[in-house]
Ligand binder design. Structure first.
Ligand SMILES: *[C@@H]1O[C@H](CO)[C@@H](O)[C@H](O)[C@H]1NC(C)=O
Ligand SMILES: *[C@@H]1O[C@H](CO)[C@@H](O)[C@H](O)[C@H]1NC(C)=O
Ligand SMILES: *[C@@H]1O[C@H](CO)[C@@H](O)[C@H](O)[C@H]1NC(C)=O
Ligand SMILES: *[C@@H]1O[C@H](CO)[C@@H](O)[C@H](O)[C@H]1NC(C)=O
Ligand SMILES: *[C@@H]1O[C@H](CO)[C@@H](O)[C@H](O)[C@H]1NC(C)=O
Ligand SMILES: *[C@@H]1O[C@H](CO)[C@@H](O)[C@H](O)[C@H]1NC(C)=O
Ligand SMILES: *[C@@H]1O[C@H](CO)[C@@H](O)[C@H](O)[C@H]1NC(C)=O
Ligand SMILES: *[C@@H]1O[C@H](CO)[C@@H](O)[C@H](O)[C@H]1NC(C)=O
Ligand SMILES: *[C@@H]1O[C@H](CO)[C@@H](O)[C@H](O)[C@H]1NC(C)=O
Ligand SMILES: *[C@@H]1O[C@H](CO)[C@@H](O)[C@H](O)[C@H]1NC(C)=O
Length: 818
């Protein structure tokens, strides 16, 4: 055996060089297990047999390359080759793995993939990952083709680091970041990572197939967050533009989306079903979903693929479009899983567009928030689809009481929704393009008949094409304008000045601005609300107004139009001749007193309006400021809820004083002090309003002696003494005569006022109680005296809201009259 010492020195040094090179290339097996960083010229081979390969309970296999542990949380961020399922295709991914008590990888935990390099381009066994000597980080498939690369060979990279936050960083001599995985998000965000302008989260195809991009994306543009289907053109299903998204998890501001108070043990993922969810790890329970971020805003059916392509959603069920007595054009993709959608029995073919027709489905609406055409009639909408081969359906939604409406022309049809059972005030019909079976070959016969005919036809076609193109150009310009303005009823400031007679007749004034009476050119009266303290026109204002404007319900005050010009922001509402409810119940004027029947109707009207906002409209709306001043009455004392959506609108302008205060003291639910704000805060305020209507006084009346000021504590006391009739409004005889009914109404109020918001009924339940279908439970807690609503500090999302007891006594300063 030759001793190393006996070798010539040049050989020795050569051997050492060789040895060091070899050790660099040797692969992960030789490395210390939890290296969080790597130097140049390091290569790893994807080898399922490698010692750092793990098989987890969910059948996934992961070969870790770099690993950064957090013993405290029993978690580690790691990157490496990952596969799930049949394991023919691997990703180079960053995933979070669980550690057991000994700090070893716990294979009974499920790895959570939070990033991957080569989605859409998976690799096989024997693929290699290399940090080249030039500083390029390259993933090559087993056959040597490049699957992915950072393209950093010219950027003086000196090393690779997996940070504590799970960011994979290529850095240079100055430790400056040259490339980082945080800049290339896939479908997830980890705490500390931000989704910036023009970046996108793309959901995967399905929860089991994470190796390919799906159709749903989340992006940020001009401070508006968009969730949309990546069809061409895209179809938006969620749009949001306030600084707070939901709960404590995400903070949306400064053009980026980040975790607010998220902890190390959470991450957020855009699911293939369109939901944005937050997952959290606990040592005892593993990974669990802890939040569904859009939940407060979107109803189940408002997600685009809840029923797949062509699927129709009715009351939680998915089905295919059919028309009784006709041949069926669609079938379920999978009979066992209707939510996977439907496929056409005969695929649409542009060549045979002559044999296409539109299948009419009444009372069907569509998820998309952006109509392709506005203010047109149904037949033009249908025609636009018939003419355009890439159009797959025309969905037409009437504006209420008008023959014109909005037209959707999707190129791929996703979940449709059956609204025939709903009490929507809008009406919508879907026309699906279907291919009829061809019965003859007319076309061939005609074409084949003579060359001359063909020639003439060709000339005709060219002429028509030229003509259509020119017309389309004009059409496109108009469409563009429509899209920019979105709503057809945008007013000029000068027009509004005329309409209101230079803002001559003021109807009221409040924190949001003043309200003026106006008369449109056709004689219709309107109420014009002038909002104070706004900056430049921005897209979010338009988007918000568009949302509010698209909401129609008989118990909601209708937004007729708006104006956004320079710093002017005005909203034009339908005029309500009897003004706000407070005028009628607090006996300010000596006008007639409402009788019991009228009061009952008003309560039911408010309940219906709120129910619509909470449960029936596409984007769930929490009013946040229900009080008699925001309930308006028409000539027949029908009540409508006003100012919905406004708290969001006002929220835009952070500099405005009123933004720090949402809602009105006295009407604020106790959970404002804690965190979760749900639609139940409106239920609470609604309870207060019922009490005020029934008792004919304010919830907090400073003009009374100390004992009588606070209606809630009196309510508690009288309920204990079983003398509720004592506090009923005495100015109307009918109230005492209908004693038992009035007391029942007060029990509904008590139910709505429950301190624990989960115990309060939903508005749909309230309606059922009012209609006598459901009973108020017996075990109500009448101790409302927590009095959370006066003084203290409240929270909304992450924004701390503070107000003092003095503010509580002057509610009118803080909120508008309507
Ligand atoms: C790489 O990791 C090792 C071990 O944790 C550490 O000692 C070293 O400083 C790291 N190098 C860089 C450049 O971060
Ligand atoms: C991977 O490479 C090894 C050694 O070169 C070879 O034995 C093995 O068959 C390869 N595996 C696959 C799946 O190609
Ligand atoms: C690197 O360059 C190739 C070819 O120019 C390109 O296809 C690839 O997307 C680039 N990779 C990254 C991560 O930018
Ligand atoms: C690597 O990441 C760790 C943890 O985040 C950090 O402390 C360290 O400074 C990083 N090293 C370089 C060279 O960036
Ligand atoms: C880069 O980071 C490493 C480890 O974090 C540290 O030892 C080194 O001094 C840093 N170099 C520079 C130039 O900052
Ligand atoms: C994953 O989805 C892609 C794209 O739809 C498809 O081509 C591929 O076959 C799927 N893979 C598996 C394992 O289902
Ligand atoms: C057909 O519809 C698609 C999608 O809406 C649109 O992009 C295209 O411009 C339309 N073509 C014509 C000729 O109108
Ligand atoms: C719609 O039309 C009906 C009957 O024509 C009318 O009674 C109702 O007031 C109208 N509704 C609105 C909101 O204009
Ligand atoms: C919508 O629902 C109603 C009632 O459930 C049903 O009669 C109707 O056929 C449905 N429409 C479609 C197109 O599925
Ligand atoms: C809704 O539209 C359908 C057809 O377009 C029509 O037959 C029906 O009367 C409309 N219903 C309402 C309530 O307007």
């Amino acid at each position: 055996m030759v001793s190393l010492c006996s070798l010539p020195s040049f050989f020795l040094s050569f051997a050492l060089v060789l040895l060091s090179l070899f050790s660099n290339f040797i692969d992960a097996q030789a490395q210390d297990y939890d290296y969080p960083n790597a130097t140049l010229s390091t290569r790893w081979t994807n080898n399922a047999m490698a010692s750092h390969s793990h098989r987890f309970v969910d059948e996934s296999i992961a070969q870790t390359i770099l690993l950064r542990r957090n013993e405290f949380f029993h978690l580690a961020y790691t990157c490496g080759f990952y596969c799930n399922g049949n394991c023919n295709s691997y990703l180079f991914a960053i995933f979070i793995i669980q550690l057991n008590d000994n700090g070893l990888v716990a294979e009974n935990g499920i790895p959570q993939v939070v990033w991957s390099a080569n989605r859409n381009n998976p690799v096989k066994i024997n693929s290699t990952l290399e940090l080249t000597s030039e500083g390029d980080f390259v993933l090559k498939d087993a056959d040597g083709t490049v699957a992915w690369s950072t393209n950093t060979s010219t950027k003086s990279v000196v090393g690779l680091n997996l940070t504590d936050l799970g960011n994979l960083v290529l850095f240079d001599e100055d430790n400056a970041t040259v490339w980082q995985s945080f800049d290339h998000p896939t479908d997830s965000l980890v705490p500390g990572q931000k989704l910036r302008q023009r970046q996108k989260l793309m959901a995967s195809v399905s929860e089991t197939n994470r190796t390919f991009d799906g159709l749903i994306s989340l992006s940020v543009n001009d401070n508006v967050l968009f969730a949309q289907m990546e069809t061409n053109p895209t179809q938006i299903y969620f749009e949001y533009d306030a600084p707070n998204l939901h709960d404590e998890y995400v903070d949306f501001g400064g053009g980026s989306l980040s975790f607010g108070q998220a902890s190390y043990t959470q991450y957020m993922k855009l699911g293939s079903d369109g939901h944005l969810r937050v997952y959290e790890f606990t040592y005892s329970n593993g990974w669990k979903e802890v939040a569904d971020v859009f939940k407060g805003y979107l109803s189940d059916y408002a997600y685009p693929i809840v029923c797949g392509q062509y699927g129709i959603y009715s009351d939680g069920q998915c089905s295919c479009p059919t028309l009784s007595g006709r041949e069926s054009y669609f079938k379920l993709v999978n009979n066992r899983q209707p939510n996977l959608g439907c496929s056409e029995n005969v695929p649409l073919s542009c060549e045979a567009s002559k044999h296409q027709s539109l299948l009419e489905l009444k009372y069907i609406t569509y998820f998309s928030l952006t109509p392709d055409l506005v203010d047109i009639d149904a037949s033009s909408c249908k025609e636009a689809c018939t003419k355009n081969c890439s159009c797959k359906a025309a969905i037409f939604q009437y504006e209420s009481n008008r023959t014109s409406g909005r037209c959707y022309l999707p190129t791929q049809v996703f979940s449709l929704m059956n609204i025939s059972e709903k009490t929507f005030s809008y009406n919508s019909t879907a026309y699906l393009k279907v291919q009829n079976v061809r019965r003859n070959h007319c076309l061939l016969v005609i074409l084949g008949s003579s060359l001359g005919a063909l020639f003439i036809m060709a000339i005709f076609i060219i002429a028509i094409v030229l003509f259509v193109q020119r017309r389309d150009n004009n059409q496109a310009k108009e469409d563009y304008l429509d899209r920019v303005l979105r709503m057809s009823n945008r007013f000029k400031y000068s027009d509004l000045k005329t309409i209101t007679g230079e803002f001559g007749k003021k109807l009221g004034e409040g924190g949001f601005g003043s309200v003026f009476e106006g008369t449109l050119s056709d004689g219709t009266k309107v109420a014009v609300k002038r909002l104070d303290g706004f900056g430049q026109v921005n897209k979010s204002f338009l988007a918000e107004v568009k949302t509010i404007g698209s909401i129609h319900h008989v118990n909601l005050v209708r937004l007729v139009g708006f104006c956004a010009e320079k710093s002017h922001r005005l909203l034009v509402y339908e005029y309500m001749s009897n003004g706000s409810l407070d005028r009628w119940i607090f006996h300010k004027s000596n006008e007639c007193v409402l009788n019991w029947q009228q009061r009952k109707n008003i309560i039911l009207d408010i309940a219906k309006g709120l129910n619509y906002l909470h449960e029936d409209c596409r984007q769930k709306i929490i009013h946040l400021d229900i009080k008699p001043q925001n309930i308006l009455l028409d000539g027949n004392f029908n009540a409508k809820v006003a100012d919905f959506g406004l708290s969001k609108l006002i929220d835009k302008d952070q500099s405005h004083v009123v933004t720090t205060m949402k809602g009105t003291p006295g009407y604020l639910a106790p959970e404002w002090l804690r965190a979760a704000i749900t639609e139940k805060v409106d239920v609470y305020s609604f309870g207060v309003v019922i009490l005020e209507i029934v008792c004919g006084r304010k919830i907090f009346d400073r003009s009374l002696d100390e004992e009588g000021r606070d209606l809630l504590s009196i309510f508690t006391r009288k309920a204990e003494e079983e003398r509720l009739l004592d506090i009923v409004d005495k100015s109307s005889d009918g109230m005492q005569l209908n004693g038992p009914q009035v007391v029942d109404m007060m029990r509904i109020a008590a139910w709505c006022l429950q301190g624990d918001y989960t115990k309060r009924p939903s508005m749909s339940t309230v309606i059922k109680v009012l209609e006598g279908i459901v009973e108020v439970p017996e075990d109500l807690d009448y101790n409302f005296s927590a009095q959370a609503s006066i003084g203290g500090a409240a929270r909304f999302g992450r924004m701390d809201v503070e107000f003092s007891a003095t503010a509580a006594l002057l509610p009118s300063v803080l909120s508008g009259p309507r």
